[in-house]
Design a protein around this ligand. Structure first.
Ligand code: ADP
Length: 500
């Protein structure tokens, strides 16, 4: 599925023919539908054999609801349907339960409500009841003003592969698995699911689950080890920089990171443009994306080396999404001087800049004392948002965009670590942990970052790795990541409120 969806995305990006773009869009949308179906079937089969694990982590309930509403925002506004959330005052706002499963259930009910409603509104309500054992029974409902469900069909709807009638699939699509999965998940979480509905008037779906209340999880605002990156660097180590990169988001991120160190950069959107700029102006260092349209990074580097033939040429650092040995070898074969793997983060950029500076000015090395000291007495932060936002100061939109992309990428990256750990493939676990570490560094999520390093070093341990030790390290990482994800959401919702 990765191949189908990933490759069609790549092809759409490189195609100009409207007919082909239309066809690729169809492949992608069929791919998405198929992926959704596969995930549903997997979830359903896991529920059948009781293989679904319910995780318990603290999360912000209201934030989770907002997030699901935001995700479905485009769908509801397309149909001009208002979605509202009413929380009764006793509902705890921070609970310990399974946030992923909670979101999944709500997502299913809310997307059904929007799907089966043509006009009017959808209301999400929450309430909670304290149990004798101090746990809470949380109750949520999703009420719509849509087509409703006939009495005879209500009971059947929660069974697998059931839809109201055969015309539903034709009109609305879907597999009829969503409600069966939601019901199964609620039961795993100690609750239940049911519906009240009237044809033509609308439906109200209810679900409950058991949770513990917890204190709001604040990100600890302590000094970050990276807080010392400053614009002073460009004064101490002046360099003329060119970034050759076609992807707009990547251009913005790397320019922002370099800006944080005080460097202004010029941007070329492909190899040709880079070569033209080199004819007009001198540069000390080029950050070179490997895959670009017109002339890729490899060819451009060969051309630059030819162009300078013996004279002092700019240093070239490859930007690559690959960490495969062959790809990195290829960068060096083309004459590049180093590489940075994407996603690009501050520490390797900092190192690349100082390496190049000292390569160009070896004498400076003798005078330079190691000024960037790491402050390891401060307890590590979950997500040091003040350092993060100040690292992208003036680039609020980028900072939010990066948070959003990270929130999407992190669960998959964590899953890769888990898969490798379970399969006992520790080399892969190390690689996956390493990739995750990159994203965590960008976010100043120091505590989780340290835990990825723990996995990296365990994987490298001489005398073999103890699997249970590795699993423990993974579990700790998963908890840390849970906190990071919540903190990302918190930051996002705060920022969105501020920016209106
Ligand atoms: P899917 O939506 O993939 O078909 P579900 O299990 O989520 O599967 O839903 C099963 C069926 O229940 C739907 O096809 C539809 O007939 C009915 N249904 C679910 N939610 C609603 C709703 N809010 N209003 C009316 N009918 C609904």
């Amino acid at each position: 599925m990765n191949g189908i969806i990933g490759m069609s995305t790549l092809l759409i990006g490189s195609s100009d023919d409207p007919i082909n773009i239309e066809r690729l869009n169809i492949i992608m949308s069929c791919g998405d539908t198929l992926l959704e179906l596969i995930n549903d079937i997997l979830d359903f089969s896991k529920l059948e054999v009781d293989k679904i694990e319910i995780e318990t982590q603290p999360f912000g309930l209201h934030m989770a609801v907002r997030e699901v509403m935001d995700l479905l925002g485009p769908k509801s506004s397309q149909k001009n349907i208002r979605v509202e959330f009413e929380a009764s005052p006793e509902t705890p706002s921070w609970v310990v339960s399974d946030s992923v499963r909670f979101r999944q259930i709500l997502m299913n009910l809310l997307s059904n409500a929007i799907k089966f409603t043509d006009k009017g509104r959808v209301t999400i309500r929450s309430s909670a009841k304290l149990n004798d054992d101090k746990t809470w029974t949380m109750k949520f409902s999703v009420k719509d003003s849509g087509i409703g469900i006939s009495k005879g069909n209500i009971e059947r709807l929660f069974s697998a592969f059931t839809q109201e009638d055969a015309s539903t699939t034709r009109r609305f699509g879907g597999s009829g698995l969503g409600l069966a999965i939601s019901k199964g998940l609620c039961e795993k979480m100690g609750g239940k699911a049911w519906v009240e509905s009237e044809v033509g008037k609308g439906s109200e779906f209810f679900f409950t689950f058991i949770a513990r209340e917890t204190a709001p999880q604040e990100s600890q605002k302590k000094a970050s080890p990276f807080a010392l990156y400053s614009p002073e660097m460009s004064k101490k180590m002046p360099l003329r920089l060119l970034v050759a990169e076609d992807n707009r988001t990547n251009q913005i991120v790397i320019t922002a990171l370099l800006g944080k160190l005080g460097y202004s950069t010029r941007i070329a959107s492909d190899g040709h443009e880079a070569l033209k700029m080199l004819e007009e102006q001198e540069f000390d260092l080029i950050f070179m994306d490997c895959h670009m349209p017109v002339l890729d990074g490899f060819e451009t580097s060969r051309a630059i080396i030819k162009m300078y033939a013996g004279a002092r040429r700019p240093q070239i650092i490859a930007l690559t999404a690959s960490t495969l040995r062959e790809d990195i070898d290829l960068c060096y074969e083309c004459g590049m001087d180093g590489f940075l793997s994407k996603p690009i983060t501050m520490p390797p950029i900092f190192k690349a800049l100082s390496d190049v500076y000292f390569r160009l000015h070896p004498a400076a090395l003798l005078q330079e004392s190691n000024e960037v000291t790491f402050n390891d007495s401060a307890p590590p932060a979950v997500l040091d948002s003040s350092s993060y936002f100040s690292s992208l100061r003036g680039l609020e939109a980028v900072a939010i965009q990066v948070l959003e992309t990270s929130a999407q990428a992190i669960p998959g990256m964590l899953h890769n670590v888990k898969k490798a750990v379970i399969e006992g493939d520790f080399a892969q676990a190390r690689l996956s942990a390493h990739r995750l570490k990159g994203v965590l560094s960008t976010l100043y999520a120091e505590s989780a970052r340290q835990q990825t390093m723990q996995i990296e070093s365990l994987a490298l341990k001489a005398g073999g790795v103890n699997k249970s030790e590795m699993i423990l390290a993974y579990e700790k990482l998963a908890t840390e990541i849970g906190a990071v994800m919540d903190s990302i959401q918190k930051n996002l919702s705060e920022k969105k409120i501020i920016s209106g």
